[in-house]
Design a protein around this ligand. Structure first.
Ligand code: ASP
Length: 320
């Protein structure tokens, strides 16, 4: 018996020291950041800039993998069932806090499936249309959508995506009627908006600003409380008559549940350094966004935000 006990203790010791040293050596192989939306879209753009800066800090490759579909719930599910060893991360946004309400049959519950690393950025969104859409401002757009333009096509990245959420809130606030066209991400939806195959989108500046500045699409309003520096002439929805309208796509990094705290702290420290990199700040600014403050790029800050957002969207969205 005593021998058995000693053997059990010895193996426990091996396991303990083994995992402790694995954490000390972390990372010793490439890390994959999974983005649950198509390549070339807004979340992918944010992820690739962050991955590049974290690669420099961590001294390991940080790869970005895109698994789009079902508003991001599909790809996020892949991370939910990945090994909690710090080598598979999820970088996504506000949508993760809506999945439980919007997909009651989902095989995982985000709040139970993920551990927090930190917030990344809060991306403003813009209401945009195809270049030759007749209305010139929000007021005439809303009138158009209630009349001859009723049922206009509205591209989204699927139920649970920020673009879809923005559309839902807008429809609710104004009583307009849109025909939602879901894509695997708003990257491909933007291609169709520029091509004139769809009429409208509400998407993040990280995916719209270049097309707005190039005059390839029409811009109507920004969804933030105040105007943004990168597009100072674009009015807010609030000042355009859609009172108190505000939605932004806050992005964050999560790990599968059970990822050791030491690893998450290391990732959070690296994320904070990445977000302070001049090159990243400059690229973010050109795309209409800014990194969060360092104290928000932490497990505790994301944990708090995530819980309160899950609760908020649970109440707002149940049954929709
Ligand atoms: N984040 C999605 C994407 O990258 C877009 C969205 O959520 O609306 O395509």
């Amino acid at each position: 018996m005593r021998r058995l006990l000693a053997a059990a203790l010895a193996s426990a010791f091996v396991i303990f020291t083994g995992s402790a040293s694995a954490q000390e050596e972390y990372p010793n192989r490439p890390i994959t950041i999974l983005v649950p939306a198509a390549a070339g879209g807004p979340s992918d753009t944010v992820a690739r800039l962050v991955a590049e800066a974290m690669r420099v800090d961590l001294g390991q490759q940080v790869l970005v993998e895109n698994v789009g579909g079902a508003g991001g719930s599909l790809g996020a599910g892949r991370v939910a069932s990945a090994e909690p060893d710090g080598y598979t991360l999820l970088l996504y946004h506000i949508g993760v806090s809506t999945f439980a309400a919007l997909y009651p049959d989902l095989a995982y519950k985000p709040i139970e499936a993920f551990d927090s690393v930190g917030l990344v950025t809060e991306v403003p969104m813009t209401l945009v249309g195809k270049k030759d859409l007749p209305p010139q401002d929000v007021g005439s757009l809303l009138a158009y959508l209630k009349g001859e333009g009723a049922g206009a096509t509205f591209g989204t990245a699927g139920v649970g995506a920020a673009s879809d959420l923005c559309g839902k809130l807008l429809t609710e606030a104004t009583g307009i009627n849109l025909t939602v066209v879901p894509y695997k991400g708003t990257g491909p939806a933007m291609t169709d908006l520029v091509g004139g195959q769809i009429d409208l989108m509400c998407d993040q500046t990280t995916n719209t600003i270049n097309q707005i500045k190039a005059g390839e699409i029409k811009s109507y309003a920004v969804t933030t409380k105040a105007r943004i520096d990168a597009l100072p002439d674009l009015p807010t929805l609030n000042e355009s008559g859609v009172k108190d309208f505000e939605v932004t796509a806050w992005h964050a990094i999560w790990t599968p549940k059970g990822t050791p705290e030491a690893i998450r702290s290391k990732l959070s420290a690296s994320l904070q350094k990445a977000l302070a990199t001049p090159k990243l700040i400059e690229r973010f600014a050109a795309l209409g966004t800014v990194p969060v403050a360092p104290e928000l790029a932490t497990p505790a800050a994301l944990e708090e935000r995530f819980h309160s957002e899950v609760e908020r969207w649970g109440k707002l969205l149940s049954g929709k």
